[in-house]
Design a protein around this ligand. Structure first.
Ligand SMILES: [Zn+2]
Length: 260
């Protein structure tokens, strides 16, 4: 059967370690039709005014208190708009900002519907690779996410670093060091290789698995596979990500679904 699904890929200044061409090459082995649309803001070709509005909207979705859901967006803080324009244009690092993922998605959906309304359904999947760290509010607090399914789907290189938990001993040792008034700067070196880092070249091998999760969600409305050996399983630990998502192997059942 011919696969009618069309995948569009955009980049919003993700980690410079991410090689999107490698990700696309990996996804093409499943017979998916993929189009790389390059930089998101260039693609949207926004006027200066609309870029300003987008920066205003994004800056209203910062999470300052992870225990309070952002039901309505924050009032505009004019001092945040200029830096946010710079982040949209890749001139300023997004590190340190934490966004509400669903608000970001809604804001982008609206822009997409104005630009490419005809491509929002009919088997079209839109994936944006970003360095923005976003979260969703569940179980009384925000949790950082690697991927947010939907239109468009967002995949965060910072989320890959921050969302899956580091080894248990890492937190234990960190706690002990803090208790003893010792610095924690050496800690990341001690555990090097056991979690993904911001400029980690492994990112390009791991993210195809998350892209597949977003694609599967659009096809089946089920993002995660129950088989813990399948790269569509929902990994909560860095060590699982470094094995399962890094190797990127689908279970037989998921392979069959994507073949169809
Ligand atoms: Zn599976």
């Amino acid at each position: 059967m011919k696969n009618e699904t069309q995948v569009f890929i955009y980049s919003d200044y993700p980690s410079t370690s991410l090689n999107i061409d490698l990700v696309i090459e990996n996804l093409r082995q499943y017979g998916l039709h993929i189009e790389h649309r390059g930089n998101l803001i260039d693609f949207l070709s926004l006027s200066e005014e609309r870029l300003y509005n987008l920066a205003t909207d994004f800056s209203s979705t910062y999470i300052d208190d992870i225990s309070a859901p952002l039901d309505i967006i924050n009032p505009v803080d004019s001092s945040e708009i200029e830096p946010e324009i710079n982040r949209l244009l890749g001139r300023e690092n997004v590190r340190g900002k934490f966004y509400d993922g669903y608000w970001i998605q809604r804001i982008l959906y609206k822009l997409f519907s104005e630009k490419i309304n005809h491509e929002l359904n009919n088997g079209c999947i839109h994936l944006i690779f970003t360095a923005r760290l976003f979260g969703t509010f569940e179980d009384r607090r925000y949790h950082a996410r690697v991927v947010l399914m939907g239109v468009p789907s967002l995949i965060s290189t910072s989320g890959l670093v921050e969302a899956p938990a580091k080894p248990r001993e890492y937190y234990y040792v960190k706690g002990r060091l803090i208790q003893s008034d010792l610095g924690t700067s050496e800690l990341d070196n001690m555990y090097k290789g056991r979690f993904v880092e911001y400029d980690d070249p492994k990112i390009s091998s791991i993210l195809p698995s998350y892209a597949l999760q977003a694609i599967f969600y659009e096809i089946t409305t089920n993002a995660f596979c129950d088989n813990p050996q399948c790269c569509l399983s929902n990994s909560h630990w860095q060590e699982e990500v470094l094995k399962i998502q890094y190797e990127g192997v689908l279970c037989e059942r998921c392979k069959e679904i994507i073949r169809q």
